[in-house]
Design a protein around this ligand. Sequence first.
Ligand SMILES: C[S@@+](CC[C@H](N)C(=O)[O-])C[C@H]1O[C@@H](n2cnc3c(N)ncnc32)[C@H](O)[C@@H]1O
Length: 237
Amino acid sequence: MADDPDAWWLDERAHAGREHFDEQHARRYDTKMDAEAAAEVRLLQASGVLTPTSSVVDLGAGSGQFSLAAAPVCRRVVAVDVSPVMLGQLVANIERAGAPNVEAVNAGFLTYRHTGGPVDLVYSRYALHHLPDFWKALALRRVAEMLRPGGALRLSDVVYSFEPADAERRIETWITETTSTDVERGWTRAELAEHVRDEHSTFTWLLEPMLERAGFDVVESSYSASGMFAWYLCRRR
Ligand SMILES: C[S@@+](CC[C@H](N)C(=O)[O-])C[C@H]1O[C@@H](n2cnc3c(N)ncnc32)[C@H](O)[C@@H]1O
């Protein structure tokens, strides 16, 4: 789509994060990132939104940590990622784990078309921030449309819960406290700075009305003490 000067729909790949097209980053992703998938699965089971009959779509699935943790306790998982490089890692992890009910699909928030019956749960962690806000709103509407009424969205992301006046202090503190010098195991200052500068993390007070407008009720929300992360459990009206 980027090759067509007349097209106005966003080319998601052009916004999906430089590092997600880097084979070396994809290989070390699981060492750098603990997606706390087992805890997420327990939480979603306890909330009653992840059951043995659930059909789940994981959007921006990355290496598949959540998809693979959810697979044994639900019926079907579709793991969707726009980067073929991250998807390669995901497919290797599916093969290693032997998870026959996980399907890998190369698509994005703005292009994935669900087939095969209604979806009970859409899961998305640390991926929506790749889209600028206008496109986040459209992506959330697409998510609502793939869910059955009453279906759930679990959304986690880098979302800012502080005021703009506090942004410099909060972001500098977060970067200073998070920075690692070991690129294999942690996040370097350059990687964290790149997130803030080049990606599209937004404020909680902009994202939450988007969720409502897209057709969701936010039933649970929580923010990190740093003001840098937000977690939502939403129900499609
Ligand atoms: C930081 S990783 C998070 C992966 C995984 N959800 C986790 O929590 O470990 C972000 C992922 O989102 C994917 N991504 C970026 N933009 C996307 C889009 N528009 N649609 C779907 N996936 C996207 C990237 O390729 C990458 O695999």
